[in-house]
Design a binder for this molecule. Sequence first.
Ligand SMILES: *Cc1c(COP(=O)(O)O)cnc(C)c1O
Length: 348
Amino acid sequence: MLPELEEYQKHLSQIFESGWLTNYGPMVQKLEKKLAEYLGVRSLVLVSNGTVALEVAFKALELTGEVITTPFSFVATTSSLVNSGLKPVFADINRKTLQIDVAEIEKKLTEQTTAILPVHVFGGACEIEQISALAKKHDLKIVYDAAHAFSVKYKNKSILSHGDISILSLHATKLFHTIEGGAIIVNDESLLEKVRAIVNFGITGPEEISYVGINGKMNEFEAAMGLCLLDKVDGFIEARKKIADIYYDKLAGKVEFQELNQDATYNYSYFPILYKTEEELLAAIKRLNEEDIYPRRYFYPSLDTLDYIDNADVCRVSRDIAGRIMCLPIYPGLSEDALFKVIEAARP
Ligand SMILES: *Cc1c(COP(=O)(O)O)cnc(C)c1O
């Protein structure tokens, strides 16, 4: 989604006047404040993308060894671990909620496990209490990949206030975006200054470098995009809900839907549907393509099949689901005409 051009131009004029392009400038500072307020979280650090947000989180928590995660996610959840020298250990998912299965996490614990990296997949909420209890019992850190969970509330509180750290992706394809971007929500306040430093090369003072850092800074042009879009997000969610309600109504009984956590709100950022077989899915994709509609096979393949993970544990449920699922188009501005075309072609 794009804002009105004039509105973005107004922000551009301010950037051109100040000449401050990047390095924690006024737009980034303003967006951090507004976002924290909107989301209902105490501390939030904006970064260049969601993948960097994950890698900074791992560095700040000084994770080592093995991290238990879900194979049913976008590839960055796993590749960020590999790039950080950590071993992803996959715990299979629940076939109804598509979220990481807590009983499976417990089975994968070893002496080397230092953290759990669950994903609130498609904006549905994980089993937060059980994951917290497990982490506490075994003295593990929790990083939530909340890339899909913008604005989601869990038991009337921001879902992002769970875990030692939660991260958001603010990529152009996400519900709320800054072109490219991400956010780190630091719930262990003692880590906040460390996270800020790591994002900025590990620099902690004019002549002081305390950490092995990274360049993870968001720039002013990206923050300006966020400032133009933030007050429109609730409207976007409203518009998506209208589309989702029609999908639910017209496709009920024909395909399966993700089971959502009743303790959480929903942001309608994706509309996944599950077919009985992969053949049924591929036939539907073919019909959709003939109508010039190109749905995404999200998430496919299951990440436990990645070639670059040695000896990954096979996750049967995740592989089965990945083979039969896709996400239907859902965005404000999807015309009624197009919507009914999608429904016709998607119906098995
Ligand atoms: C989009 C996404 C990411 C990566 O975010 P980028 O901003 O694209 O780097 C990570 N995890 C999940 C689940 C995502 O959907």
